[in-house]
Design a protein around this ligand. Structure first.
Ligand code: HEM
Length: 406
C-alpha cells in the first residue's frame, strides 16, 4: 500500500505508491521529462529507475539482452522468481511460449466472444436499472472482463470476487507487502492446479473445449507443457485480462463523465468510438510493467547496474510531447496515434484484440443506455495503486449533467 514517507524529490526518491502519483501522475512525469528523464529511487531493493520518455521506454522494451522480463513488477523487496510464461520469459524461451497462445487471441477468434460480451453488458445495465445514480466501476466495468475471460478459460462465472481479490492483493498490496503477494500467489496456483486436474482423464471436465483444456494438450518441442509452465500461463491469462480492461473501461467512462462535449459527440456519432478508444488508451494507459537489469549498460547518461529494477511506464511514454502533439489533451478524433498502451516489442500485449472488443462493446452499450451522465458531485473517484491504473470507484449521476468541464 502507499508508503508513509512522502516524496521530496521525484528525480531521486520517486515511488509510484505516493498518493500524489496514484491520483494524478501526469504533472510529475512532465516535470521529470524536462529535468531528469531517467529518475532513480532507492526505495526499491537494488534501486529502481523510472524512464519517463517514449524514446527510453522504447529502447528498454526492445533490449531484452540487458533488461530481462523475469521480474515484471517493481517491488520494495524482491521475491523469489515466479515464472508466468510468456510475460516473464526472455528469448529464446519466450518465442514458443507466446506462439502457443496466439491462435486463441486473433481478431477472428475473439469475434466469437462479442455476442456474449454484449449480453454481459446488457445484463449489468439491466441490473443497475432505472436509478438516478450508480457506480460505473463497481456495478459495471469490473465485471465485464471477468465474465469474458472466465468463459474463455472455462472457469465458473461466479468466481469473479475471488479473482478481483487476488488481483488486488497481488498488484496493489503485494509490491510493498511480500507476504500478502505470496499468499495470493499460492491461492491462485492451487486454484489452477485444481482446474487442470479436473480436465485430466477421470476429472469431471475431461474433454472440455476451453482454453485450459487446449493448453493441457498443447506441446512445445513435441513435449506437453510442464505443469509449472501451464499453471504459470493460466495465472497470467487470468491476471493480465481483468484489471487492465476494467481500468480502461472505467477511465473511458470517467473521461466522458467529466467531458460532456466528448460525450455528446460519441452519442451522436458512435462510429467515432473506436478512434476515441485509442485516445483513451493513450491518455489513460492502464499498464506499467517492470524489467530487471541482467547485464550492465548505460542509457541517457545513467549507469544501469545488474539487479536494478526498471519501472517501464508505457503510460508515461504515451504522454511524451515529443511524440504526441498536445500530449496532455484528450482529442477523441486524434488521427496520428502511435500509442504504446499495449507495450512494444516481443512482449506486446497478446490480448489487445480481446481488450479492444470488450472496451468497444462496453462503451457502445453504456452510451446506448445512458447517453447523458456525469460524475457525481462531492464524491471521490478512487484510483488503483501500483502496476495497473484505473478508477476503482466511479460514482455517476444518470440522466442529467452535473459537471461542465468544457
Ligand atoms: C486495456 C487492456 C490491456 C492493456 C492496456 C494491456 C497491456 C499490456 C502490456 C503493456 C503488455 C506488455 C508487457 C511487457 O512488455 O512486459 C501486455 C502483455 C500481455 N497481455 Fe495485455 N493488456 C490488456 C489486456 C489484456 C487482456 C484482455 C489479455 C488476455 C488475457 C492480455 C494478455 C496479455 C499477455 C498474455 C501478455 C504477455 C505477452 C508476452 O509476454 O508475449 N492483456 N499487456
Amino acid at each position: 500500500m502507499t508508503t508513509s514517507k512522502p516524496v521530496t524529490d521525484w528525480a531521486t526518491d520517486w515511488t509510484h505508491f505516493d498518493l500524489r502519483w496514484v491520483e494524478d501522475p501526469f504533472p510529475i512525469w512532465e516535470d521529470l521529462r524536462s529535468r531528469c528523464p531517467i529518475a532513480h529511487s532507492m526505495r526499491f531493493e537494488d534501486g529502481a529507475f523510472f524512464p519517463s520518455t517514449y524514446e527510453y521506454v522504447r529502447e528498454i522494451a526492445y533490449d531484452s539482452d540487458h533488461f530481462s522480463s523475469r521480474r515484471v513488477i517493481v517491488r520494495e523487496k524482491k521475491v523469489e522468481l515466479q515464472p508466468n510464461p510468456p510475460i516473464t520469459s526472455d528469448p529464446p524461451e519466450h518465442t514458443a511460449a507466446r506462439k502457443l497462445l496466439l491462435p486463441a487471441f486473433t481478431e477472428k477468434a475473439i469475434q466469437r466472444f462479442e455476442a456474449r460480451t454484449r449480453q454481459v453488458c446488457i445484463d449489468l445495465l439491466d441490473n443497475i436499472g432505472g436509478v438516478e445514480s450508480c457506480d460505473a466501476s463497481i456495478q459495471y466495468a469490473q465485471h465485464i472482463p471477468v465474465l469474458v475471460i472466465s468463459e474463455m478459460l472455462g472457469l465458473p462465472a461466479d468466481d469473479g470476487d475471488r479473482f478481483r481479490d487476488w488481483i488486488h492483493r497481488l498488484l496493489e498490496v503485494g509490491p510493498t507487502d511480500p507476504i500478502v503477494a505470496d499468499k495470493a500467489l499460492q491461492e491462485i496456483t492451487l486454484y489452477f492446479v485444481g482446474q487442470v486436474a479436473d480436465r485430466k482423464p477421470g476429472g469431471h471436465l475431461f474433454e472440455a473445449s476451453d482454453l485450459i483444456s487446449f493448453l493441457l494438450s498443447a506441446k512445445i518441442n513435441d513435449e506437453p507443457l510442464q505443469e509449472s509452465h501451464l499453471v504459470g500461463t493460466l495465472r497470467l491469462l487470468l491476471i493480465a485480462g481483468i484489471d487492465t480492461t476494467w481500468s480502461a473501461i472505467g477511465s473511458s467512462i470517467w473521461h466522458l463523465s467529466t467531458n460532456p462535449k466528448d460525450l455528446r459527440r460519441l452519442v451522436n456519432d458512435p462510429n467515432l468510438i473506436p478512434t476515441a478508444i485509442e485516445e483513451f488508451l493513450r491518455a489513460y494507459s492502464p499498464v506499467t510493467m517492470a524489467r530487471e537489469v541482467v547485464k550492465e549498460t548505460s542509457l541517457g547518461g545513467c549507469n544501469f547496474t545488474v539487479g536494478s529494477q526498471i519501472l517501464l511506464s508505457f503510460p508515461a511514454a504515451n504522454r511524451d510531447p515529443s511524440v504526441f502533439e498536445q500530449a496532455d489533451r484528450v482529442i477523441i478524433d486524434r488521427q496520428e496515434n502511435p500509442h504504446v498502451a499495449f507495450g512494444l516489442g516481443r512482449h506486446r500485449c497478446l490480448g489487445s484484440n480481446l481488450a479492444r472488443m470488450e472496451i468497444r462493446v462496453a462503451l457502445e452499450e453504456w452510451l446506448r443506455r445512458h447517453p447523458v451522465f456525469s460524475l457525481k458531485i462531492g464524491e471521490k473517484v478512487k484510483w488503483s495503486e501500483g502496476t495497473v491504473r484505473g478508477p476503482r470507484t466511479l460514482p455517476v449521476t444518470l440522466g442529467k449533467s452535473e459537471q461542465v468541464c468544457e
